[in-house]
Design a protein around this ligand. Structure first.
Ligand SMILES: Nc1ncnc2c1ncn2[C@@H]1O[C@H](COP(=O)(O)OP(=O)(O)OP(=O)(O)O)[C@@H](O)[C@H]1O
Ligand SMILES: [Mg+2]
Length: 456
C-alpha cells in the first residue's frame, strides 16, 4: 500500500486501544504517530504536519473537542476524525458541527477505519490543493480580470492594445459577462487613470433626464432647473465616460450624442455656448447593435463612431475552463468577509459548476458562490450546498429539447461523453461509470466505439 502513504496522528488515553489502531494503520503503510492525551496531540501538531488526526473524545484534562478546535485553527488542511464511545451519537453530531471531517463509533471494524482514513486523506489533499489555487490567485497581482481561457486572453490583449490611446471602444456581450469591469480596466490602464471614470446607465433614465444628465442644463431651461448644472461629459473631462446600455437611447438623443462625439463639445440644455470637452468614450450593450442598425433602430453613423474598436465579451459557457479560477476568486472574496473557514470545493461541486450553462454569466456565478458560502457548513463546498438550478443542470442538459431516446442510445452517448471528459482514460472512465474494465470493453464493442490501444 505504498501509494496511500500519509501522516496520521492517533490520540487516545487508552494505551492498548491507541497501540492497536496505530499498528493497524502502520501495516497499511501510513506514517503514524501516537499521543496519550489532548495536550500531547496539540504539541505534536505544532512540530509536524498531519494529514489526518484520529482522536478519542473523552480524555483526561484536554479532550477531543479541544484537539479538534486547535487543529482546525492552526492546520485547516488536517482532517479530524473523532472516535466516539458506543452509543454516544450526540458527541458525533456536535463534532461534525464544529468542523470534524468524520466520526467513528467504537468499537470499529478494520474495514471501517480503512475507509474513513482513505477518505480523510483525500479530503486533506483536496483542501491543500484548493489552498494552492487560492495562493496562485493571490499572486496574480494587478488585473481584477480573472480567467486564462483563449477567449478571455483575446480580451486582455485588446484591452492592453486600446488602453493607451483615446479611441472609442464598443463593448458587446451578454449580461454579466464583465463589460463594466473591462471598461474600468481600460480606464485604469490609460493615461487618464487619474481622472474621472464616469459610468452612465442609459437605460435607467427617461430621454429628457438623460439628456440633461449628459449635457447639463442652464438655469430655467425647464421646470425644476433652478440652477445651472454641469453635465456628465464635463465631469468626465480628461477622463472616461462609460455609456452603459447604449442600445437603449432613443433617436433624438442618438443625433445629439453623435454631434458631441464629432465636435468634442457639449451644449447645455437651454444654453447656446458650446463647452469644450476632452472625453474618451467607452460604450457597452448586451444587444446586437449591428442588427439594430439593420432594423433602423440605431443610427448607422453613430454606430460607426462608437464601433472604432469592438471588444466582444464571450459568454461564460463558451469558456468553461475559467470557471474554477473565477469560483475560487469569488470564494476568496466572500470568505474573507463572512466565513473564513471555507477552503474550497470538492471535485463533484466544481464539475457541476463547470457543467451549468450560466445564463447570467459571471455575475450569476458570483451570486451563486455568495449564496452557497452563506449556507455551507463544512470546510469544502459540497454539491448539496449548491442551488438546485445548478445541481440539476445535468438533467436539464440531457433532457434538453431532444427527442426521446432509447436506453441504448442514452448509454452510448453517455459512454462517449465520459470518454471525452476523461480523455479516453479507460481506468477513470470505468470508475466514473461504476463498471469494471471488461464491461467497458464490451459496451464499447457493442456501440462500435474505438477505445484505442493501451491500458490507459
Ligand atoms: N473576468 C472576470 N474576473 C473577475 N470578475 C468578473 C469577471 N467578469 C465579470 N466579473 C464580475 O462579474 C460581475 C458582473 O460584471 P459586469 O458588471 O462587468 O457585467 P456586465 O457585462 O456589465 O453586465 P450587464 O450587461 O448586466 O451590465 C461583476 O461583479 C464583475 O466584477
Ligand atoms: Mg454592466
Amino acid at each position: 500500500m505504498k501509494e496511500s502513504s500519509g501522516t496520521i496522528l492517533v490520540v487516545d488515553d487508552d494505551a492498548v486501544a491507541r497501540q492497536l489502531l496505530a499498528d493497524a494503520l502502520r501495516k497499511d503503510g501510513y506514517d503514524v504517530e501516537i499521543a496519550g492525551g489532548g495536550a500531547d496531540a496539540i504539541a505534536l501538531g505544532l512540530a509536524k504536519r498531519f494529514d489526518v488526526v484520529l482522536t478519542d473524545i473523552k480524555m483526561g484534562e484536554v479532550d477531543g473537542f479541544t484537539v479538534l478546535r486547535e487543529f482546525r485553527q492552526r492546520s485547516p488542511e488536517t482532517a479530524i476524525v473523532l472516535l466516539t464511545a458506543f452509543g454516544s451519537m450526540d458527541g458525533a453530531v456536535e463534532a461534525i458541527k464544529q468542523g470534524a471531517y468524520d466520526y467513528l463509533a467504537k468499537p470499529f471494524k478494520k474495514e471501517d477505519i480503512r475507509l474513513v482514513v482513505r477518505r480523510s486523506l483525500e479530503h486533506s489533499r483536496l483542501v491543500r490543493e484548493n489552498a494552492r489555487i487560492r495562493e496562485e490567485l493571490r499572486e496574480r497581482h494587478g488585473s481584477p480580470l480573472i480567467g486564462s481561457s483563449p477567449a478571455i486572453l483575446e480580451v486582455y490583449k485588446l484591452v492592453a492594445r486600446v488602453s493607451p490611446g483615446k479611441s472609442t471602444v464598443l463593448l458587446e456581450g451578454e449580461s454579466g459577462t464583465g463589460k463594466e469591469l473591462v471598461a474600468r480596466a481600460i480606464h485604469a490602464n490609460s493615461p487618464r487613470r487619474d481622472r474621472a471614470f464616469v459610468p452612465v446607465n442609459c437605460a435607467a433614465l427617461t430621454e429628457t433626464l438623460l439628456e440633461s444628465e449628459l449635457f447639463g442644463h442652464e438655469k430655467g431651461a425647464f421646470t425644476g432647473a433652478v440652477a445651472t448644472k454641469r453635465g456628465l461629459f464635463e465631469t468626465a473631462d480628461q477622463g472616461t465616460l462609460f455609456l452603459d446600455e447604449i442600445g437603449d437611447i432613443g433617436p433624438a438623443l442618438q443625433v445629439k450624442l453623435l454631434r458631441v462625439i464629432q465636435e468634442q463639445e457639449v451644449r447645455h440644455v437651454g444654453g447656446t455656448a458650446p463647452v469644450k470637452v476632452d472625453v474618451r468614450i467607452v460604450a457597452a450593450t448586451n444587444r446586437d447593435l449591428a442588427q439594430m442598425v439593420r432594423d433602423g433602430k440605431f443610427r448607422e453613423d453613430l454606430y460607426y463612431r462608437l464601433n472604432v474598436v469592438r471588444i466582444v465579451l464571450p459568454p461564460l459557457r463558451d469558456r468553461r475552463e475559467d470557471i474554477p479560477m473565477l469560483a475560487h476568486h469569488f470564494l476568496q472574496k466572500v470568505c474573507s468577509a463572512n466565513n473564513p473557514t471555507i477552503r474550497g470545493f470538492v471535485p463533484e461541486t466544481m464539475a457541476l459548476l463547470e457543467r451549468y450553462h450560466w445564463p447570467g454569466n459571471v455575475r450569476e456565478l458570483e451570486n451563486v458562490i455568495e449564496r452557497t458560502v452563506s449556507l455551507a457548513h463544512g470546510p469544502l463546498i459540497m454539491p448539496d450546498d449548491l442551488p438546485e438550478t445548478v445541481r440539476k443542470a445535468e438533467t436539464a442538459m440531457a433532457g434538453g429539447n431532444e427527442s426521446l431516446l432509447s436506453l441504448d442510445e442514452v448509454e452510448k452517448r453517455h459512454l462517449n461523453r465520459v470518454l471525452r471528459e476523461t480523455d479516453g482514460n479507460k481506468v477513470r472512465a470505468a470508475k466514473i461509470l461504476g463498471i469494471d474494465r471488461r464491461t467497458l470493453y464490451r459496451m464499447a464493442e457493442r456501440f462500435g466505439i474505438d477505445l484505442g490501444e493501451g491500458d490507459e
